[in-house]
Write a protein that binds this ligand. Structure first.
Ligand SMILES: [Mg+2]
Length: 122
């Protein structure tokens, strides 16, 4: 069965691009347009194997989203990748301290992103 990736980003362009890249790699994809939508999609899914999340989003930002996910026992080991334009050291440190496994700065190289995601999925 295909690994299932949840892509959370308020930019439709980014969602579609990342979804396209990941589908091409054989992954099953669900997209969400902000942190709250991401939580709803996560809870509704039978299984999510990895999350790719933006930081700057309306309603619920990526840091709050990651913190909320990571605080729950069921998602303690769920790999989370941040994909953000915010590439300052303080942002990266915050993301990692909240429980992200990897922090990629946009625009990320598709090859590198896929390679890292495969590694996180084991
Ligand atoms: Mg955004």
């Amino acid at each position: 069965m295909s690994k299932h990736i949840l892509i959370v980003d308020d930019s439709k362009t980014v969602r579609n691009l990342v979804a396209f890249i990941m589908k091409r790699e054989g992954f099953a994809i669900t997209t969400a347009e902000d942190g709250l939508d991401g939580l709803e999609k996560l809870y509704a899914a039978a299984k999510v194997d990895l999350i790719i999340s933006d930081v700057n989003m309306p309603r619920m930002d990526g840091f709050t989203f990651i913190k909320t996910v990571r605080e729950q026992e069921a998602y303690r080991d769920l790999p989370i990748v941040v994909l953000s334009t915010e590439g300052q050291e303080k942002d990266i440190q915050l993301g990692m301290s909240l429980g992200a496994n990897l922090y990629l700065v946009k625009p990320a190289q598709p090859d590198k992103m896929v390679k890292n995601i495969r590694m996180l999925l084991g």
